[in-house]
Design a protein around this ligand. Structure first.
Ligand code: EPZ
Length: 418
């Protein structure tokens, strides 16, 4: 068991580098299953979720080695069809292995990933889309059993632009016979990164990043080398940390365009932001201002993954902010913990009303999910006195070297085991 201890009140300053995106690395690693060769994936941070994905690849029979920030994934030889419940339940996004395994082996048996800390997370769109591609799917005793002998391309319309379902279809359709057209797909940058990797492997995918993707299935894909895009939510975490502490921070290795919805809100809160090709600089005002309304939306709207970070930041902004969560129903869990720290937050269903207070005070609080946990770090950085964050294992899922980076920027932060 461990806790993160933060002595708040230090203005962050300096420069930090942002690591590769977890949510791009996971489907890219699953995509290596589609070829038989030695893939090299750079900028792949040593996060808990990446490590679990590596365990899944190894369970299937791939050889995976880490060299610094690169993973070498050897998918030659026979790979299995099956991922057991023990592994699937650890990582909800493991569902993308369904499309990858059925495309490679024509058969797949994976455990249903189940719910998670963000509330129910159905996979009906994944299942419906794969059925439309001709995959026969049986759900039995908690397992999803797929037969893709007769997989073929076709036109699919997603009723909601689900990130994971878009990825699953892209993986399966890359090796299906004929053309697949997917309408109303997710436009998240991680989808584009997956398409770039698949195209390097020899896939024929057009339109990723728009709401219509076209895929011409090919017979065979080969191994590829790729560098994962920077993590836009990790970047946002550091920007919110700098903002709440009244600091001045430059982030490198970012794609500023990916951050535009968050940057707009940071500017509304009074931050001065300058961007370059691959860097972004934030200078915080003396006191942040409330943001009248934030609504989470699929990309390029305001990301649900950044919602809790802004919730924490706005607890000390002058005025009242309203946040509406449209994607995941249980994403206001940190609100209760922030109230323990002196915040004035009222949650009603999918809406949070945040009345800014002049300062937070350190307390013992508990992380309940990845971004919610990170939001407690953001709050603690500005709070008076000591904050102790329990259950930091949630934070480990998506942040590599968080303590090192924040310490380098001046934060008084450490981890203790007990
Ligand atoms: C991805 O999850 C991300 N995870 C999430 O990041 C992110 O919050 C989410 O996209 C939205 O941007 C990864 O990329 C690994 P969805 P995903 O399918 O693919 C509903 C983080 O903190 N839905 O776009 O699971 C669903 O319930 C994580 O890094 C269905 O109803 O998200 C939700 O309301 C957490 N049926 C909405 O769609 C389905 O079959 C969006 O989900 C699929 C989804």
């Amino acid at each position: 068991m461990s806790r993160i201890l933060i002595e708040g009140g230090v203005q962050l300053s300096g420069t930090a580098q942002v690591h590769g995106a977890k949510n791009a690395a996971l489907p890219i690693l699953a995509a290596t299953v589609l070829n038989e060769g030695v893939n090299i994936i750079h900028n792949c941070p040593p996060l808990k979720d990446v490590n679990i994905t590596v365990e899944m690849l190894k369970y299937l029979g791939a050889h995976v080695e880490r060299e610094g920030d690169s993973l070498i994934v050897d998918t030659r030889g026979r790979l299995g069809n099956h991922i057991p419940e023990k592994l699937m339940r650890q990582l909800r996004s493991s569902i993308v292995f369904m499309g990858a395994i059925v495309a490679r082996n024509k058969k797949a048996k994976i455990s249903a990933p189940g719910g998670c800390e963000l509330g129910p997370r159905p996979i009906d769109l994944h299942i419906k889309a794969l059925r439309e591609l001709g995959v026969k799917i049986k759900e039995s005793h908690g397992y999803i059993i797929c037969n893709g002998e007769k997989m073929h391309g076709r036109e699919i319309h997603l009723s909601f632009p689900s990130v994971g379902a878009t990825e699953n279809i892209m993986l399966a359709a890359s090796l299906a016979e004929g053309k697949t057209i997917i309408q109303n797909v997710a436009k998240e940058p991680e989808i584009e990164d997956l398409a770039v990797f698949l195209n390097k492997m020899g896939a024929k995918i057009k339109g990723a990043g728009s709401s219509r993707i076209e895929i011409d299935g090919v017979e065979k894909l080969s191994a590829a080398e790729h560098s994962v895009m920077p993590d836009r939510i990790v970047a946002t975490t550091y920007l919110c940390s700098a903002a709440i502490t009244g600091g001045e921070v430059t982030l490198t290795k970012v794609i500023p365009e990916h951050l535009s919805a968050c940057v707009a809100c940071l500017r509304d809160s009074g931050c001065d932001i300058t961007v370059g090709d691959d860097w972004i600089k934030l200078i915080a005002p003396k006191r942040l201002k409330a943001v009248s309304e934030i609504k989470t939306m699929p990309y390029p709207g305001f990301p649900t993954d950044a919602q809790s970070l802004f919730l924490a930041m706005l607890t000390v902004a002058e005025g009242t902010s309203i946040i509406k969560e449209n994607i995941f129903e249980s994403r206001f869990k940190p609100a209760e913990e922030l109230v323990r720290m002196g915040a004035d937050v009222m949650v009603d269903g999918r809406i949070a009303v945040v009345r800014g207070v002049s300062n937070l005070s350190g307390a013992v609080v508990s992380a309940a999910d990845l971004r919610g946990g990170a939001s407690l770090v953001v709050a603690a950085l500005s709070a008076d006195g000591l904050t102790e964050i329990e259950n930091p294992h949630y934070i480990d899922r998506g942040y590599a070297e968080l303590l090192e980076v924040l310490s380098k920027l001046g934060a008084k932060i450490k981890r203790v085991e007990y």
